[in-house]
Design a protein around this ligand. Sequence first.
Ligand code: SAM
Length: 345
Amino acid sequence: MRSRLGLVSGLVAGGLLGAVIGLGVSVETSRPPMVIAAALLGALVLGALGQIAQWVRAAAGSTRRLEYAHARAVDAQGQHRRRLDEVHNRLGRTDRDLTKRLDTVTEQVTRLGEHVSHQPADIGRQTRQIVDDQVALLQAHSQLQRLVSMNQVMPRPGTWAASEDLLLYLVGHVLREQPALIVDLGSGQSSVWMAAALRQSGSNGRVVAIDHDLNYAEQTRELAAAHGLSRWLDVRVAPLQETQIEGQTYTWYDRSLMTDLHNIGLLSVDGPPGQGGKNARWPALPLLQAQMATDGVVVMDDMVRNDEQAIVADWLTRFPQWQVTNLHFEKGAAALRRVDSGRAS
Ligand SMILES: C[S@@+](CC[C@H](N)C(=O)[O-])C[C@H]1O[C@@H](n2cnc3c(N)ncnc32)[C@H](O)[C@@H]1O
């Protein structure tokens, strides 16, 4: 409709203008037919001009719309490009991450492969070692039973108690040497087995077992009583207290309960428990060596532990009159004798 408006208004305006001009010319020239021709010509010319103007306007409008659409298309293209760049960057990062992870996984799988390739040998070696150790403990247990007869059930050795191999060593020593006085620092099965060995050998010797704990001391007494060994075993409760030695403070048993112990033939060091602090067992030799028999033996249990190893190493440095024999037992042990005792461990 709007596109026809230019044409119609041009025709009307051109017709009127042509008529007016034709009228003027007719009046001047006194020739009436000029009016219609002029009106037609004017209408035609202005109608055509109006239509052209309308087309030009329409074309301009289309151009603006095209420009607008183009601008939007460019904008959208820019956004797409930015998104594409972003996706591309992300893909690049993911790719780098994946490559890095793949490298790590490859490295771990390679290491695992190397580890696994050594496993059968290691597992075999470890299994053989465990079996050997258990067989050694069983043999020790069996010998222990044959050497010393017990008429009641004994609790299982190990964990808190001394292992069978150390019990066999202590019992063997008692049967062979028959010490008149044995001191067991840390009461328990070891105290009862050594008392049984004294009885077995017909000795009048005795075991004095020291315990800081009333309940564990009582358990040891009851175990000894159940085996009829009370005569050979004296369990003393010696609470832990601070002791000064060469300017250092240690937590150790109340010494006043040990002043009557002389000529100790065998001193077993299996207490106080290590949780009392580092060097818990260190005071044993410095405080009791003067009460040891000349050929007395000190046995330190748990030599697989760093603390016990350090204690024995320190004893040997400070007291060079003592020499050590390492005993390759389940929990490790060490036997110390005076150099001039003239006896082998
Ligand atoms: C290593 S144990 C002594 C073991 C003893 N020589 C033996 O062979 O049976 C040292 C101290 O730990 C304490 N004790 C014993 N059995 C324990 C247990 N099951 N749990 C915690 N402490 C224990 C006792 O006070 C004992 O004197």
